[in-house]
Ligand binder design. Sequence first.
Ligand code: A2P
Ligand code: 11C
Length: 340
Amino acid sequence: KNPRVAVCGATGAVGREMLKVLEQREFPASEVVPFASARSKGKKLPFRGGELTVQELTHDCFEGFDVALFSAGGSTSETYAPSAAKLGCTVVDNSSAWRMNPECPLVVPEVNPHDLKWHKGIIANPNCSTIQMVVALQPIHLEARIKRVVVSTYQAVSGSGQKAINELETQVRRLFNGQEVVPEAYPHQIAFNCLPQIDVFLEDGYTKEEMKMVNETIKIMGDPNIKVTATTVRVPVFYGHSESVNIETESKLTADDCRALLATSPGIEVVDYPEKQAYPMALDATGLDEVFVGRIREDHTVENGLNLWVVSDNIRKGAALNAVQIAETLLEMDLMRVER
Ligand code: A2P
Ligand code: 11C
């Protein structure tokens, strides 16, 4: 029997994309039901040529569902995911609420599908900037063992949800009309600016987003010896996160070998033709599934080093697509329903 699927937070930027991805990939669902807050009850969302009616998320709305894709913020996940799991509905949660919980696998299907075997009802979808980075790192780690990663990100406003997408658009319009802008989604104006702050600051001066990249990478790749340091920056781009990734490995991997390796690795498309000025760009990645890698160069300042430019649609591979791929893998591995 095909699974019944709940999409929680279906009216948000990621939730809408989840519905789109389920439709595009012809996920074998017997039924898909969108859930959101009471504010959205009765709202219609397009799906498979028709419309779905948004229901209110409650503790017992999961009865009879096999899987729930959550993207309704951390506190909503914290509150409702255990209720779903208790009713036998496996949760794939896109928030940060469960990621570092030792009871919850943190999964990128191209990297650690085996971790799904030990799930107990809640599976975490990693942070978008982490997902696209580990898809590129994993083949390099298996080939040459990664010692250290230095990453700087250029992250799109869609990572902060629909409100921030609207805010960038509004600010650009207002500025062109000589009107003042009042920042709401971010502490400063985002239009024509770069903000070296994503999420809140921690005591040691790093942001939460930066530490997500450090801690989640280790958990997903299953190797505590990989050292990661990150600087995460918000840029005035609507969709697609870009990352400059500097990697130091134990053994030598030449730029040519790295290019050939990544070109045949799952989920990756190499775009690296400097002679044609061709490299991955956020605009080109929008709406696509792949993690695009280019500007592959050896770092001559260390014995074994590489520089990469990694771009992906943060709403798709960084969120909605990865969550649906986890659900697909659960089905393939016959792990969707667990006895509890
Ligand atoms: P709603 O539209 O009813 O507020 P985004 O990340 O784009 O801001 O979207 C957040 C999503 O999470 C929306 O679908 C929103 O629904 C949903 N959401 C937020 N808070 C709750 C809540 N307390 N209960 C259920 N859904 C929620
Ligand atoms: C951003 N990476 O681009 C964030 C959004 O932990 O899921 C996702 C936050 C998270 O703003």
